[in-house]
Design a protein around this ligand. Structure first.
Ligand SMILES: Nc1nc2c(ncn2[C@@H]2O[C@H](COP(=O)(O)OP(=O)(O)OP(=O)(O)O)[C@@H](O)[C@H]2O)c(=O)[nH]1
Ligand SMILES: [Mg+2]
Length: 311
């Protein structure tokens, strides 16, 4: 096992294998791994590393998310020498086979020698909400190493809500033709994202029709979301990419720490169920107070009573 200090040195210097090893350590969400995470975070924070913004990109399979994210990531680093971009793609996996649900998917590809671009894929666990759990942990590392962390998730229901909780800004991608917007509307999902992207804008007439249909749908069915921006992009022609990249670059980071109580409650519920949540409620007036008393998320995980002490 690499010395934590050396690992953090290599990762902050941009070594992608070291970054990958760091992320893997964080994906290990067992209580006993919390001490390692705590030490690694301390070392990372001592560097004064960036606190990146988290951008969610969600939408139905095949709407062009990965292609768009790849183009946007390249654009962000081209426009600003200070930008460093990490992309996390979450693949839903089949709870039965454990294999990828959607088969071979287009990947974001970055030049291996471009230290400012990093790609990571995660298989979602079969447990409910497994996506956000490992993804949240990965983001805790990546925001300390990158100025922008883009999380791509396939919008298949629950996923949209989880990505909105994690990200500072979430974009829902809709492709021309689709009728996607009608399905999302039915699922009550239109109110969830902060902004919309009509992709594949090079499919001119269809993209224009979808753009207008989306606007009309929002006004009628989701008035709360009617004033949210709708971007129109083409990853192929480059149209609209500059505008979207600028909107992403202007997004402030919200601070993952503020969302720690939510992730701690989820962790307690997953590990110890309702009994665990009752125990938590008995230990402190609020979850935030419990975290504060134990030095944050990892400390709270270490301190929380083990299963045999909960009934
Ligand atoms: N015409 C056109 N096609 C595009 C554009 N962007 C992506 N595509 C195509 O759309 C298909 C799906 O693209 P992906 O980027 O893999 O879509 P995705 O949403 O990431 O797909 P999943 O991750 O499987 O959900 C591919 O065949 C792409 O070539 C675009 O700007 N214009
Ligand atoms: Mg994809």
């Amino acid at each position: 096992m690499t010395d934590p200090r050396a690992l953090v040195d290599e990762a902050t210097a941009g070594d992608k294998r070291a970054i990958a090893r760091l992320v893997t350590r964080f994906e290990d969400d067992r209580p006993e791994a919390a001490a390692t995470r705590q030490e690694l975070l301390r070392l990372l924070d001592a560097r004064g590393a960036p606190t990146g913004r988290i951008i969610g990109v969600t939408g139905a399979p095949g709407v062009g998310k990965s292609t768009l994210v790849g183009v946007i990531a390249n654009r962000l680093v081209a426009d600003d020498a200070g930008e460093r971009v990490a992309v996390v793609a979450v693949d839903p996996s089949s709870p039965l086979t454990g294999g990828a649900l959607l088969g071979d998917r287009t990947r974001v590809r970055f030049p291996p020698d471009e230290a400012r671009l990093y790609f990571r894929s995660q298989a979602s666990a079969s447990e409910l909400g497994g996506v956000a759990r490992a993804t949240h942990q990965a983001c805790r590392v990546l925001v300390r190493l990158f100025t922008t962390v883009i999380v791509e998730t396939v919008g298949v229901g629950q996923g949209e809500v989880e990505i909105v909780r994690l990200a500072d800004r979430t974009f829902l991608v809709i492709q021309p033709h689709g009728g996607d917007h009608v399905q999302f509307m039915k699922a009550g999902i239109m109110e969830v994202p902060d902004a919309f992207i009509v992709s594949k804008g090079d499919l001119d007439a269809a993209a224009t029709a979808t753009f207008h249909a989306l606007g009309a749908t929002l006004r009628i069915a989701a008035p709360g979301a009617a004033d949210r921006p709708i971007y129109r992009t083409s990853a192929h022609s480059g149209a609209g990419i500059g505008e979207l990249a600028a909107a992403i670059a202007a997004t402030p980071s919200g601070g993952l720490d503020a969302r720690a109580p939510y992730y701690f409650e989820r962790w307690v519920a997953t590990e110890y169920g309702r009994a665990g949540l009752r125990r938590l409620a008995s230990l402190a007036p609020t979850t935030a107070a419990y975290l504060a008393a134990h030095g944050g998320l990892d400390g709270a995980q270490l301190a929380f009573p083990r299963g045999d002490q909960i009934s």
